[in-house]
Design a protein around this ligand. Structure first.
Ligand code: FAD
Length: 410
């Protein structure tokens, strides 16, 4: 049944079932607009794009194809670790994907599984997997990005509630999200990593104001989120009170793995199309640059698969997931620059002329540094890799052991 000779009989059967489902329900890749972009300039378009991802996730869940390896008790499929890889290999031939909803499932799902109470798992995992509840990440602050643990948003206990005050920033898709996973300082006397609590917050709670940030191309991928006396029930804590750094690390590792592995049609497909349109396919320097990008994409894909199958099998990844993200961030820069050079003036005329390719190129150019920053900057990831994977000395830190409230901040 399978055309993958390495499949076991069980895998071949699973692959055939996945293919049958996708053939009946997913959008064929050939009908998808090659130049579709994720960051759309108009709010209604962006919402439609976000909701189309969510509705695909709902369809996956309804038909038993979501949360494949997750426990059945929490709405998952209980399938073996290889099931995700096979489903992904088959889905890559189609255009349908869960978009940003898929990103938050990848970040929050393993975090809830590893660190949340049974009560929270039962309450939140099924609706996360099914896309009924869309989530956003409320971590970064104006003075806490790379140094996330210095965050200043406060949560204070008041009877049966946490009362939260503070400001978050760069929160992707917060304007569309139903719930957020939020970091707040609950013990200012402890050192910066020790006094943080990981909270789950209903985005419709009184006191939450989401203000979209408008980017250079008019789109608002991310937002500022202001929290004023927001009340969160006391039990909506993941992990230990003041021990929120542990689940945070799980989110960050899964975020790096998700960004690194990429998804959807590879950018090189569009580059090849552009090179053909602009008669550059025979240019040896263009060919070299294309070959470099294609090789990096293949490597990222293989590395992503190894990391994912280890995570899904409950094992440590064979290498730090940050490595894949650093590679992907570099590829994105190469892609944006080659696209702009191939198209020449068409690269700047996109939105003005309604030219689809131009809109894609402009988006690639504007966003070519986005994944070098989002989910932890390349510089910081390299520092972490140097320390964790290469055993180089730690970065000097002047405030080690000092309580958060005594660390000078602007
Ligand atoms: C597309 C995108 C989506 C995002 N989505 C979200 C989201 O949904 N939720 C959320 O909470 N946040 C989100 N972010 C924010 C992101 O996590 C932060 O932008 C990132 O962690 C960097 O923080 P910063 O912007 O404050 O930069 P800073 O930390 O101020 O860094 C500024 C510069 O200094 C460098 N630098 C800092 N420290 C070091 C060091 N120790 N060694 C070497 N260089 C250093 C950095 O590499 C960078 O170049 C998103 C960002 C982007 C771009």
């Amino acid at each position: 049944m399978s055309d993958r000779s390495e499949d076991t009989p069980a895998q071949a059967e699973f692959r055939a079932a996945a293919r049958a489902f996708l053939t009946n329900h997913a959008e064929p890749r050939s009908t998808v607009d090659l130049w579709q972009v994720a960051g759309l300039p108009h709010d209604d378009e962006a919402r439609t794009y976000f909701e189309s991802g969510r509705s695909w996730q709902r369809k996956l869940a309804k038909n038993g194809w979501a949360g494949l390896t997750w426990p059945t008790d929490f709405g998952g499929g209980g399938h073996p670790p290889w099931s995700d890889r096979i489903f992904r290999e088959e889905s890559d031939n189609y255009g349908s994907n869960p978009g940003f909803v898929g990103a938050t499932i990848s970040m929050l799902g393993p975090t809830l599984l590893a660190h949340a109470s049974e009560e929270l798992k039962v309450r939140f995992l099924p609706s996360l997997i099914s896309g009924e509840t869309a989530w956003c990440q409320l971590f970064s602050e104006p003075s806490a990005g790379s140094d996330l643990a210095s965050l200043a948003t406060r949560a204070v206990l008041d009877g049966e509630h946490w009362v939260v005050d503070g400001q978050k920033v760069w929160n992707s898709c917060a304007q569309f999200a139903d719930w957020g996973f939020l970091l707040a300082r609950t013990n200012p006397d402890a050192t910066k990593h020790q006094g943080i609590t990981f909270l789950l917050v209903d985005m419709t709670s009184p006191g939450i104001e989401v203000r979209p940030l408008i980017q250079a191309n008019g789109s608002s991928h991310f937002n500022e989120v202001f929290l004023s006396s927001v009340r969160i029930p006391i039990n909506q804590v993941v992990g230990e009170i003041n021990g929120g750094w542990t689940p945070t690390r799980t989110v960050l590792a899964n975020e790096a793995a998700f960004i690194g592995r990429g998804g959807g049609a590879p950018a090189s497909e569009r580059l090849l199309n552009l090179a053909a349109q602009h008669n550059s396919l025979d240019d040896p320097t263009v060919r070299q640059r294309l070959a470099r990008i294609i090789s990096r994409e293949r490597l990222q894909n293989l590395m992503g698969q190894r990391v994912q199958s280890a995570i899904r099998g409950g094992q440590h990844p064979p290498f730090d997931p940050a490595l894949t993200k650093v590679l992907a961030a570099g590829t994105k820069v190469l892609t944006g620059e080659l696209a702009a050079e191939l198209a020449g003036p068409a690269a700047v005329a996109g939105p003005q002329t309604g030219n689809r390719e131009g809109i894609w190129i402009q988006s690639e150019l504007l966003n070519r540094f986005a994944i070098s920053i989002g989910g932890g900057t390349t510089e910081v990831q390299k520092n972490n890799l140097a320390e964790r994977s290469l055993g180089l000395p730690r970065e000097p830190e002047t405030n080690r052991g000092v309580s958060w409230k005594d660390v000078p901040r602007s």
